[in-house]
Structures are given as C-alpha cells and as structure tokens.
Design a protein around this ligand. Structure first.
Ligand SMILES: *Cc1c(COP(=O)(O)O)cnc(C)c1O
Length: 414
C-alpha cells in the first residue's frame, strides 16, 4: 500500500537516480523540512500562508472546468487550499501513505474517517481504552445513526478474534492507549480484521508518525490530532486522515466537502512549520521520558510507573518491536488517592497542570477527574484508571529539572 515502502530511515539505500526519485525517496528529516513545499512566484523561503476562503478564475470556462473536475485548480477553501495542501503532502510523505486529508481537529479526523464509511446496520469493533471523545463517538454518537459497536480489551487477541465477525465493517484502535499506555499488536489485529473484511482505523496520536508506522502492520486508515505533537507548541487545533488515494477520493472527499470539518489555512501553516521540528522534538522528548520513567521507579510513594519501553511494562517486547521509542508520555500511580495526587500537582513548580499532551512544555493531568471523568467510575475501573494515577506529557525542558521538580513534589505531598 505504501508508495515507497523504504525510506533511508528504514535502511533503504539512496536510489541511484536520486534526482529522479523525488521526495518519496528522501529521508524523514528532509521530508519534514522540504516535503510539499510549493513556492509562489515571489520565491519566499518559508511556506506561504494563503489566508483566503475563495479563489477567482481567469475565465468562465476555467470555472466550469474546475467544477466539472477537469481542472484540479482550487475552488473554495472548504474543498482545498494551497497551504493546507502543503501540510497534507508533508505529512503524507512522512507516513508513506498514498493520500492525506487535513481536518479541523483530531476529533474531526476520527469522526469523519468513520462516518464516511459507516452506514446504519454496520458494526464497529474498538479497543476499550480510548481517548474520551473517541469513546463517545463509538459508544454514543455513531449508534444514534444505527451503527452497532463492541468494545474489547485491546491486549487480548482472543477477545478480538471473538468480536470480529463477518459483517464487521470497521475496527478502531489506539496504541499506546491513553492514559494506561497499553500496547495493541497492530499486525495481529489487522490480520484478523482483514480476514472478516473489516478495515482498520488507527489513532496514532500517542505514538506519533515518527515512532510508529501503522501502514507497515497493515492498517488501512491512520488518524492524527495535529493539536498534539505535530503542532507541539500549544498554538492551534488540527488533524489529519491518511489513507489510500481511492478511499480519499471516493469516501472521504464527498463527506468532508459537504460537511465541512476542513482545516483552516492558518492552522495548516502552524502545523506545517511544526512538522519541520517534529522528529527532533519527539526523539528528544521520548529520550527524556524514558529517563524520567526510570527515575520515578525509585521515588518513594510511587507505586507503579507505566512506560512502553521500560522493562517492567508487561508488553515491553511488543512495544519495542512496534515503536521506535517509548513515546513522550509517562503514566505513574502513587500510593495515596486523589488527595495526594492533587497535592503533588499543587507542589509542582515547572510542570503545568493541563490535559493537553505532546507539547514542548511538560504537562500533567489527573485522568480520573479530567479526561476520563465522563466515562464513569465503572468504566474507569475496567480500564484501570484509578484515583492515584497521573499522566505526564514530557516536554523539552532539561530532564534533570523535570526529575527534580517531580521528586520534590511527590516527596513533599501529604
Ligand atoms: C487529543 C486526541 C484526540 C483529539 O484531538 P483534538 O485535536 O483535540 O480534537 C484524539 N485521539 C487522541 C489519542 C488524542 O490524544
């Protein structure tokens, strides 16, 4: 499915005809800085921001040709915009997908990628440990349109096997999961899903396109919240859907054009510039996260540290095989309950209290009272989110400063 299965990052050789091979043959760092760049007649160094809603035509014939689909020039920014196109092409190159569609937010990407292919009577199977709003889409919103669902423990391959039946149209998976950082075996789930004719949609936000390549395991559609690591600096919302060209043209495009979850040119420009440093940031944040996870293991009052690449993670082997690094999020559980958790948050001097993640600033949240409040106590218990759980999104500050801040806050907390 990938246009170019190997990039230099995956060990593929530099092609002999480098000049002819084009951007698909570039290494990731090059794709992220130069991919999709379309300069205007003014020759600007940085990507231009086309902050416009509509487009004009040189003559009525051209307008007619564009509406007929015979001329692929721009028509209206709900349909497409040059700055949005540059973002889509850059992310497409990084993912190695055939096509990419920018969306207004991560949730717009999740909902549209599912809604464009599901109709009343269809069945969807999803992993139980989902981002709060993804859980609402699968269990509340899609069922209002006649889509039935089943949730499974994503780690349990037997549960997937039982849940996937002929007639299952779609599978929705998040790995690592939020905030428990469970790992789902993408190759195994994709294989089982394809056997019953279901398509697999992966929410790859936590892993990022730098650390995990779902297409290599057979995923059909990948969704991102650009709001997280892709912007990575807390500035704007955005999202993206990556797929085959056929899915984009036949299913996604009609849905997006007529329902309007389009990405704004300004936000696309911010995300485009964010992509330039994505790999540097994600690699640095992941290295820092691993060091912090290791340090937290020996802090008194910390009962458990969850991080995909720690030896103590129950799926460390799978996490190492599937993800280049362990990611930028560390989850830990303290002995005391909510009171102690809140006291730790109060005492932190660098790390901010925020439910966002993937930011250059380190952010911490208490999932039980914030991001996972809505799913209710019973569901929280089922996915293992207790009152002593804290989710830390590791930023770009000095690792030693973050360890010192966390250690003092945990040490002083009642
Ligand atoms: C944040 C997030 C989303 C939603 O993205 P928005 O840009 O906030 O709409 C979806 N899935 C995961 C895993 C997320 O972390």
């Amino acid at each position: 499915m990938r246009v170019f299965p190997g990039s230099k990052d995956n060990g593929a050789a530099v092609p002999e005809n480098f000049a002819d091979a084009g951007p698909d043959a570039w290494g990731e760092a090059t794709k992220l800085v130069r991919g999709g760049l379309e300069r205007s007649q003014f020759g600007e160094t940085s990507e231009a921001l086309y902050l416009n809603s509509g487009f004009v035509y040189p003559d009525a014939e051209t307008a007619a040709a564009r509406f007929a689909g015979d001329d692929d020039g721009y028509v209206y920014s709900r349909y497409g915009n040059p700055t949005v196109s540059m973002f889509e092409e850059r992310l497409r190159l990084l993912e190695g997908a055939e096509a990419c569609y920018g969306t207004a937010s991560g949730m717009a990407a999740v909902f549209t990628s599912l809604a464009c292919q599901l109709t009343a009577g269809d069945h969807i199977v999803a992993s139980r440990a989902l981002f709060g709003s993804c859980f609402q889409i699968v269990t509340n919103i899609l069922p209002r349109f006649g889509v039935t669902f089943e949730l499974v423990d994503g780690k349990d391959l037997d549960a997937w096997k039982t849940a996937l039946v002929p007639g299952t149209k779609c599978v929705f998976v998040e790995t690592p999961s939020n905030p428990t950082l469970e790992i789902i075996d993408l190759a195994a789930v994709c294989e089982m899903a394809h056997k019953v004719g279901a398509r697999v949609v992966i929410d790859n936000v936590f892993a990022t396109p730098v650390l995990q390549k779902p297409l290599d395991y057979g995923a059909d559609i990948i969704v991102y919240s650009g709001t997280k690591h892709i912007d990575g600096q807390g500035r704007c919302l955005g999202g993206a859907i990556l797929s085959t060209e056929e899915f984009k043209e036949k299913e996604l495009k009609p849905m997006i054009r007529h329902t309007g979850p389009s990405l704004s040119p300004f936000n696309a420009w911010v995300l485009l510039k964010g992509l330039e440093t994505l790999k540097l940031r994600v690699n640095a944040q992941s290295r820092s996260a691993l060091t912090i996870a290791e340090a937290l293991q020996s802090v008194p009052d910390v009962a458990e540290v969850i991080y995909p690449h720690l030896d103590t993670h129950p799926q460390a082997g799978l996490a190492r095989a599937q993800m280049g690094e362990g990611g930028t999020v560390v989850t830990f559980i303290i002995d005391g309950g909510r009171e102690q958790a809140f006291d730790i948050l109060r005492r932190l001097t660098i790390v901010d209290i925020s439910n966002n993640l993937g930011d250059s600033k380190s952010l911490i949240t208490h999932p039980a009272s914030t991001t996972h409040r809505n799913i209710g106590e019973e569901e929280r218990a089922r996915v293992g989110i207790g009152e002593g759980m804290l989710r830390l999104s590791v930023g770009l500050e000095e690792t030693d400063d973050l360890i010192a801040d966390l250690t003092q806050a945990i040490g002083e907390a009642a």
